[in-house]
Design a protein around this ligand. Structure first.
Ligand SMILES: [Zn+2]
Length: 222
């Protein structure tokens, strides 16, 4: 009898887990380099741009920023984020730091999610907000290679998953980042360091927000 009761409790536990949690997304680990050089460049960026001097280049995520790569293939996008140093092809942001751009997540056009680095390591992908923002890049652009329904689904699944792990207050499109300039989260010290962004665009963000209405997210500043 005790044995039966024990089994019943285990089954009840498994059943309640299965019904209360959404399916975790299928994430393939595909790490970019995070060597001593990337670590030092990250720490230098945090100090120079944000006045932060932590012992290690880590963040406490409160925001998710959604991007598109403009680069049309997964392989070329991965190659762009891989090295620690920014390549010479980015003179627009080279003077601000030699740290290469990166994000923890890259979603291919078929919706497959790849994790390139841990969520809580510092990544350069959004001016002013890198100290608190997890970046999600999507292979594609707003023109020849519009983001796919599979990517939309993957973004929503991944954001829901991250919102369970961290206290996420904001989900924004990269094109919306300048709306945080006077917000307490904005830490960029150089007011002249701004770039114009149009990724991933209002249409994609509206579709994402429509399906995240159950999350306790804050509205972004006007
Ligand atoms: Zn972007």
């Amino acid at each position: 009898m005790a044995h039966f009761f024990h089994k019943a409790v285990i089954w009840l536990f498994l059943f309640s887990c299965a019904t209360s949690l959404p399916n975790p997304p299928d994430i393939i680990q595909k790490p970019i380099i995070f060597d001593q050089e990337r670590k030092e460049l990250s720490l230098a960026y945090m100090e120079e741009h944000y006045g932060l001097t932590p012992a290690s280049p880590t963040i406490q995520p409160t925001m998710i920023v959604v991007h598109h790569t403009v680069i049309p293939t997964f392989e070329k996008s991965f190659e762009a984020f891989y090295p620690s140093r920014l390549p010479d092809t980015r003179p627009d942001i080279q003077s601000a730091s030699a740290l290469n751009v990166s994000v923890p997540y890259l979603i291919d056009r078929d919706g497959q999610i790849y994790q390139l680095m841990p969520d809580t390591l510092f990544a350069r992908h959004v001016i002013g907000l890198n100290h608190c923002a997890i970046g999600i890049e999507n292979v594609g652009d707003g023109d020849q290679h519009p983001l796919t329904d599979a990517q939309l689904k993957a973004n929503i699944q991944l954001i829901r998953h991250l919102a369970q792990k961290y206290n996420i207050e904001y989900v924004i499109g990269h094109h919306e980042y300048q709306r945080f300039i006077d917000h307490p989260l904005w830490k960029e010290k150089d007011p002249g360091y701004l770039t114009e962004k149009d990724d991933p665009g209002d249409v994609f963000m509206r579709k994402i927000r429509d399906q995240l209405s159950s999350l306790p997210l804050k509205p972004i500043p006007e």
